[in-house]
Write a protein that binds this ligand. Structure first.
Ligand code: MCN
Ligand code: SMO
Length: 789
């Protein structure tokens, strides 16, 4: 007993602010990104991209370009021959896949779509040659406005689909119309979140190398999903998985934008094989802005009915998601619009719901995953509706939430759309955030500011999300890939160090550190002796990558299982060497000791006994010191938070200045509080971008107007206040280790909290904040219109 207590008091790695192992190299310029990996003789590709949003390709003359010095080859879709298209298939009802080719065939569908590829000895030659290509188009009618595109008589973007509405889905529980009719108060509106772009610092970059002698194609890619890309390439090229290796080295951010397959990625791989030479491509900022998958382009018409005490009775919603030109691989264009409708009921107790969602394709860059996927918009809409209803009832927004958040004794709670929330800090996060900002004092301060004529607002947003999703949920749409499991292979090396391989692909999250923390605790090794191998499709038999706030739960779970298994093997050997019963042994920080004695062995001693002094061990102990385990969390787990922010609007310039930003969140047991803080801070910054600055703009012809960082405005450090964070750490009942995912959380709460704070600041004018981002121009118009009324 005394022993156990002593053992428990020793510091564990999980839960401590271990400095990130990746930072010394990243901060001192020794990171190695895809573009750094290219051999000197690699050929460069440059793309002639469509300048039309929807047009038939009439003729392409490549002759002059092909003759330029330094040009090795020029390819059009026709030159690539008969290759199978990439189709993001799914068993969803009413879903239509689209066919994606590496270069546009017959038709172009968005400005920026790759049409011709020039391969040359240098990037300069390749880009110069683009000017000498002659591409003739016959413009087709635009499919730009999502509402018009959803009409039955709209021109079709994909003839094979027979409609522009690529998916339609209804969520319904109880009779929402009857409940709505009985409501004491009904509030509603048309909400819109404008298109965004992920904007990673590193642009997309691909390098393909083909080793004909070994028949091995290696694609180095700035991707979040090396395992998925490997499996897709194997299928398309009809080669075994071991014939292709996809490596994501250091990746400079993804935010969802590197979580799908790209035309350029496919093309680079095809050409390296065809030309039998390394082929590389790295996007510039313009290409990134026009061709990396975009996000959040939704129109939501919603109504909420509440009773006289403010209890939610019914919610109805019509979601129209503009998914751009293609149904993206592997997620499909349903990803974002379906999640909006599915998460709309939020963390609240609500019986009656009807939500219809439609995904409509338009002639713009495809949308794909973006940090938060669906939840930023659903949270924006429901949190606005909650505030609007509170205002009509004369209730404080905090009190309105208090009455409706799923209470601790109601878990597990099934939402009206069918999501099951396991126990998480819904009400606790609200109270913690209110306490944290000293809500009462803030309101008093606001009253004083208002009396001085200042436009000062306080905004609250609560939300819940599903993270660490396992097979039961991920298999539902029937995609041809399994994203519900991850595996880990952990081994004791011959020198006593530990190598742990995963299918995840960290691109900023710090998984080399957090997974090492889990391994060190579970295995009892020294954390400095652990190397995490990740981002390499060859590292494990099956793995997909890092997305959907899954790596802590799935990677951490697999690490736990494999470590425990390997530890048992190590202890068996130690028991023999120390001549002690296994039960009396413990491993900590790289030493295996017999409790109550001073006898111990290091991991190095064990490795020596197993691998070198083999004669020392009986045959049955000479087993491999390696374990592979797969972890499947089945449904995943709920993560919840409340954001509260305060801000002030400058009445002359309409500039919005955030004053405080407070986050109370529950991501379960925390592996590394420093990393989690960084994730929250970064994601809140992106949420601030979505609320106030960032917007991809296309004109009526489908021309993109925000193709530079002068036009697409991202927040800078000056726009982001210090984020105050409280962690509630309710260990998840659903996951091994109790972890919940949290990498996306900040972008989910921040836009809604800011929208509510803006509406609060302008409450005397009764201004609806129902379109984000609220740029100074939009704010000016809203205020002028309100004053004119
Ligand atoms: N973590 C922890 N304790 C927990 C949960 C998480 O210490 N209870 C740690 C994890 O170990 C990991 C990080 O926090 O180091 C994020 O973990 P998790 O929530 O599991 O998310 P993923 O690692 O799967 O990362 C994906 C997520 C997504 S979907 C987007 S989008 C996003 C995000 O991560 N993109 C990012 N954060 C990003 N951060 C950076 N720097 N760059 C991106 O592109
Ligand atoms: S949008 Mo994150 O890569 O799931």
């Amino acid at each position: 007993r005394a022993d156990t207590v002593a053992r428990d008091r020793r510091p564990r790695r999980v839960g401590s602010r271990v400095k990130r192992f990746e930072d010394p190299r990243l901060l001192s310029g020794r990171g190695s990104f895809t573009d750094d990996k290219a051999p000197p003789h690699a050929l460069h590709v440059a793309f002639r991209r469509s300048d039309q949003s929807h047009a038939r390709i009439v003729d392409i003359d490549t002759g002059a370009a092909a003759e330029m010095p330094g040009v090795v080859a020029v390819f059009t879709a026709e030159d690539l021959g008969d290759i199978a298209p990439v189709r993001a298939t799914s068993r969803m009802k009413n879903y239509h896949a689209t066919s994606l080719f590496p270069l546009a065939r017959h038709k172009v569908r968005y400005v920026g779509e790759p049409v011709v590829a020039v391969v040359a000895e240098s990037r300069y030659c390749a880009e110069d040659a683009l000017e000498h290509l002659d591409v003739q188009y016959r413009p087709l009618p635009g499919v730009v406005d999502p509402e018009a595109a959803a009409e039955g008589d709209a021109p079709l973007l994909h003839e094979e689909a027979g409609t522009n509405v690529l998916v339609e889905r209804v969520f319904a529980r109880d009779d929402a119309d009857a409940e709505m009719a009985a409501a004491a108060v009904r509030v509603g509106g048309r909400f819109r979140m404008r298109r965004k772009t992920p904007m990673a610092i590193e642009g997309r970059s691909y390098l393909a190398e083909y080793d004909g002698g070994r028949n091995l194609l290696t694609l180095t890619s700035s991707t979040q999903i090396p395992g998925i890309i490997r499996d897709l390439l194997a299928e398309l090229l009809d080669v075994p998985a071991h014939g292709i290796r996809v490596v994501a080295p250091d990746v400079g951010g993804g935010f969802g934008g590197k979580g799908s397959l790209y035309q350029e990625e496919l093309l680079v791989a095809l050409l390296a094989r065809r030309l039998d030479q390394p082929v590389r491509w790295t996007s510039d900022r313009l290409e990134d802005l026009i061709s990396t998958s975009q996000a959040f382009d939704e129109i939501v018409t919603a109504e909420l009915g509440v009773d006289a005490e403010g209890r939610l009775l019914a919610l109805t919603a019509e979601v129209l998601g503009d998914i751009g030109a293609y149904s993206i691989y592997p997620w499909t264009g349903a990803l974002e619009p379906v999640q909006v409708a599915s998460f709309l009921p939020g963390p609240y107790r609500l019986q009656a719901y009807r939500g219809r969602t439609r995904a409509v394709c338009t002639s713009k860059a495809p949308t794909g995953p973006y940090r938060g996927v669906g939840r930023p918009i659903s949270t924006f809409v429901i949190e606005r509706l909650i505030d609007m209803a509170a205002r009509r009832l004369g209730l404080d927004p905090a009190e309105m939430r208090r009455r409706n958040l799923v209470a601790p004794d109601e878990f597990p709670y099934r939402t009206a759309s069918g999501i099951v929330w396991d126990q998480s800090c819904f009400t606790e996060s609200l109270e913690a955030a209110l306490d944290g900002v000293r809500y009462g004092e803030l309101r008093a301060m606001q009253a004083k500011a208002r009396a001085e004529g200042r436009l000062y607002g306080i905004g609250i947003a609560s939300y819940a999300e599903l993270t660490g999703i396992g097979t039961r949920i991920s298999a539902a749409p029937g995609m041809p890939i399994n994203t519900g499991t991850e595996q880990s292979t952990i081994r004791l090396d011959s020198t006593g160090s530990v190598t742990a391989a995963f299918g995840v692909a960290s691109h900023g999250q710090g998984l080399e550190t957090t997974l090492a923390q889990v391994v060190a605790d579970e295995l009892g090794c020294d954390i400095n002796d652990v190397r995490i191998v990740q981002g390499d499709s060859a590292a494990v038999a099956h793995g997909t990558g890092t997305y959907a706030s899954r790596s802590a739960v799935l990677g951490g779970g697999a690490a736990t299982l494999a470590s425990r298994d390997l530890k048992a093997k190590i202890l068996r050997v130690a028991a023999f060497v120390l001549d002690a019963p296994v039960e009396e042994l413990e491993a900590y920080d790289g030493q295996i000791s017999r409790t109550g004695t001073n006898r111990s062995l290091s991991f190095k001693d064990i490795a020596r006994a197993v691998y070198v002094d083999v004669g020392r061990l009986p045959p049955d102990l000479r087993e491999e010191m390696q374990s592979t385990r797969v972890y499947d969390p089945f449904v995943g787990t709920a993560t919840s938070a409340t954001h509260i922010c305060t801000l002030e609007i400058d009445p002359r310039t309409y500039k919005v200045t955030l004053d405080r930003f407070f986050v109370a969140e529950d991501c379960g047991r925390i592996i590394n509080p420093m990393i989690v803080d960084g994730q929250v801070q970064g994601a809140v910054a992106q949420g601030i971008g979505a609320a106030l600055f960032e917007e991809v703009v296309y004109d009526g012809e489908g021309q993109i107007l925000t193709a530079s960082l002068a036009d697409y405005v991202v927040p800078t450090a000056a726009n982001v206040p210090a984020v105050e964070i409280v962690h509630l750490e309710a260990s998840s009942p659903q996951t091994l280790g109790g972890f919940r995912g949290m990498g996306e959380g900040g972008t989910i709460g921040a836009p809604a909290a800011i929208a509510n704070a803006l509406a609060d600041a302008l409450s005397h004018l009764d201004v609806d904040i129902n379109e984000l981002p609220v740029t100074p121009e939009r704010l000016f118009r809203l205020i002028e219109n309100a004053k004119a009324e």
